[in-house]
Ligand binder design. Structure first.
Ligand code: GN1
Ligand code: MG
Length: 374
């Protein structure tokens, strides 16, 4: 939610090193955590900008988040410059942070909010629901390339800004605490969902089990690979991976699973009509092909084998997180109505059921694509 008026937003935008005079600031995008605004200036042909208030209740160390973003975008720019020599499209491939007029990466207002600014890439768009195999394949290439280009950035340099963010054991423990506390008095309504989650808890530890055996390398991963975090141009070619707040050390199966969660679903993340939550398997295949085009350069056999575990885990973990927030009274995710987090939970659990039914078919697709590169 935002409680800022246009004058305040314009004056915040003016804290940054932008070209021209601000003429309009308006709400932008569909993120659940930060507040995002588009900034338009009066300079003819000038860039547009994205002004963002970082949610510091979620990201408690905003300086570390910004340091990660600076390191990652700096590294990606170098790698793109090396690989695509002579191309002058670097700032369309990699996010560009605009410093404050005092050359700081972010600005703090009097209420202690954290603000930052990026260049808004003109002629691009993102999709909450994927429509075509081409879009899915481009998304796969984009996230695969993102991981590939970060393979040689030292993982030790990247801060773990949200510790145990994708640790399912930790997420289930948070849910158990929320059930025990029942602060919002809602536990009675969610018995079926809790039983569904409980029955699958053990198998959802597959990635952690592989990791505990030392079989999964820790890489720099994006950790929020919803499809709407890739910008595509008018021809549906991927331009840029965005939303870098959660870039952290992680496992590739997490990024694969979270991307598939949003790509394979024919319906929205919060679809109320569960009959509409069905799989679009051609999009899964297209994403997998695009991803392997890039990722085959570095994936180990164990990592390839872990990808499907990520696919099953992510809608499940997302349901656990939405349900926890529902039980705690909706203070983590933005909600648009009283039962929104419950509706999201149910849609994600329906997706888990669908994935379980089609698991052998999906495994066969990953195996077939992986085999091309052997
Ligand atoms: C949040 O900020 P946004 O909407 O891209 C969340 C992700 C969830 C996603 C679910 C920091 O992402 O982990 O997968 O909602 N980000 C954080 O839609 O918790
Ligand atoms: Mg995000």
């Amino acid at each position: 939610m935002n409680d800022f008026n246009p004058e305040q937003l314009a004056s915040l935008a003016n804290e940054f090193d932008i070209e021209g005079r601000v003429v309009d600031v308006s709400a932008f995008g569909s993120g659940h955590i930060n507040d995002t605004f588009r900034v338009v200036t009066d300079k003819a042909g000038a860039k547009q900008y994205l002004l963002q208030r970082v949610n510091h209740h979620v990201f408690k160390n905003v300086a570390a988040v910004m340091d990660n973003i600076q390191q990652v975008t700096g590294h990606l720019k170098k790698r793109y410059a090396d690989e695509f020599k002579g191309s002058n499209h670097l700032d369309r491939r990699v996010l560009t942070l605009i410093p404050t007029t005092g050359d700081e990466p972010y600005f703090r207002d009097r209420q202690r909010n954290f603000w930052r600014m990026f260049i808004l890439l003109d002629g691009t768009r993102s999709y909450d629901i994927v429509e075509t195999p081409q879009q899915a394949q481009e998304g796969g290439r984009a996230f695969g390339q993102f991981q590939r280009m970060l393979v040689d950035l030292d993982v030790e340099l990247i801060h773990e800004v949200l510790p145990d963010f994708h640790h399912i054991g930790n997420r289930l423990a948070q849910l158990s605490r929320a059930v025990a506390a029942d602060t919002a008095g809602r536990v009675g309504q969610v018995q079926e969902e809790l039983a569904f989650i409980d029955r699958r808890a053990k198998r959802m530890h597959a990635i952690l089990d592989l990791a505990a055996q030392g079989r999964l390398p820790i890489r720099i991963t994006h950790n929020d690979t919803k499809f709407n975090n890739v910008l595509l141009d008018a021809d549906d070619c991927a331009q840029c991976v965005i939303d870098l707040d959660t870039v952290m050390p992680g496992y590739v199966a997490y990024d694969f699973g979270d991307a598939i969660r949003t790509i394979i679903n024919r319906a929205a993340e919060d679809e109320a009509d569960l009959d509409k939550v069905r799989l679009n398997i051609p999009l899964f295949e297209a994403y997998t092909e695009g991803y392997f085009e890039e990722a085959h350069h570095f994936l180990t056999a164990d990592e390839t084998a872990s990808l499907m575990e990520g696919v099953l885990l992510f809608p499940y973990m997302q349901a656990v997180r939405f349900l926890t927030d529902f039980l705690e009274g909706d203070h983590y995710y933005k909600v648009h109505h009283a039962d929104h987090n419950l509706q999201r939970t149910r849609a994600q659990l329906k997706l888990v059921s669908e994935l379980e039914v089609h698991e052998p078919e999906l495994r066969a697709i990953v195996a077939r694509v992986a085999e091309w590169y052997q």
